[in-house]
Design a protein around this ligand. Structure first.
Ligand code: CUA
Length: 323
């Protein structure tokens, strides 16, 4: 094969591989290069900042790679040892390549700082705000609503209303993130961080703890369920209380012990009589007794009773002969 043909073939292979390598990324959500569509103003502003930076980086990428390709083709076959024209001491050129990057950084810096207040806090005039407490635990999220109702892993929000969050952690550092509704906020023991959403569309938005927090970090998923105001009221006034035990089992216990208590990382529980003994259950849930993380060290008595009722009825399968 003549060298010229071989070179063209290698180039074609290289281009083909590059296209294949980026195809997967491009086929991912939103082309893979952009964040998911925003459904809350603060998420929208984070996306705006992202698009501004993307515009500059894409422009620079096209310029640099385009010139590279032009030069590769245009100066092919030249003497490799020959030096090009020197530009050292060319004042105008040096001013230009100093001024342009400074201008780009200044534009990005200015824009982000202009957007920042509305990313970190809701508009001052927003009325009828909800205050919800978010606690990160190994390995679940607990939400406490203004009326004292509690839900686990599933945050319910009414559409079109500002919700402010006080975010804490009970054990180690976690990080709260629902990409379609807002940015990441760390959940740190002993410290309260805040963020807010004003969801504009009814739907379910998924998120994930984004701080490596232990063995089951990846199971620490979260859902924000945005509903009508009436559905939200129904959830916090009745549904949350009815479902509390189930949410606790699935969010806190079932992740380690298996959804039916059949055993997973943690031992099988379904036939363990402790499921029928509220006192013993409370002791192990609150303190762990050195055998497991204290998953419910700050649970209220109502939470304990809800769990005890649920597991006795829905998880306990009766004591096996071995106990
Ligand atoms: Cu909690 Cu990762």
């Amino acid at each position: 094969m003549p060298p010229r043909v071989r070179r063209n073939l290698s180039l074609a292979c290289l281009v083909g591989c590059a296209v294949l390598a980026t195809a997967g990324v491009a086929a991912a959500a939103n082309g893979g290069f952009t964040p998911p569509d925003a459904h809350s103003p603060n998420a929208g502003r984070i996306n705006d900042s992202y698009y501004l930076i993307l515009a500059f980086t894409a422009g620079i990428f096209v310029l640099v790679e385009g010139l590279l390709i032009v030069f590769v083709i245009r100066y092919r076959g030249r003497d490799r040892t020959k030096e090009g024209d020197q530009v050292h001491g060319h004042t105008r050129l040096e001013l230009i390549w100093t001024a342009i990057p400074i201008a780009i950084i200044a534009i990005i810096f200015g824009f982000v700082f202009y957007e920042l207040p509305s990313i970190t806090g809701p508009p001052a005039q927003a009325a009828n705000r909800l205050h919800i407490k978010i606690d990160g635990h190994q390995f679940y999220w607990q939400f406490t609503y203004p009326n004292g109702a509690i839900s686990i892993d599933e945050l319910h929000l009414p559409v079109g209303r500002v919700a402010e969050f006080d975010i804490n952690a009970e054990d180690v550092i976690h990080s709260w993130w629902i990409p379609e509704l807002g940015g990441k906020t760390d959940a740190i023991p002993g410290r309260t961080n805040t963020t807010w959403y004003e969801p504009n569309t009814i739907g379910t938005y998924v998120g994930q703890c984004v701080e490596l927090c232990g063995l089951f970090h990846e199971r620490m998923l979260a859902r924000a369920v945005v509903t009508s105001g009436a559905d939200y009221e129904r959830f916090v006034s009745t549904t949350a209380r009815k479902e509390l035990g189930k949410m606790e089992w699935e969010g806190a216990c079932g992740k380690c012990h298996g959804p039916q208590g059949q055993g997973d990382y943690g031992p099988a529980l379904a036939s363990n009589p402790i499921l029928t003994q509220p006192q013993g259950l409370e002791e192990i849930v609150r303190n762990g007794r050195g055998r497991m993380p204290a998953v419910g060290n700050n649970w209220t008595d109502e939470q304990m009773r809800a769990l005890a009722r649920y597991v006795a009825k829905n998880v306990y399968t009766g004591s096996s002969s071995g106990g």
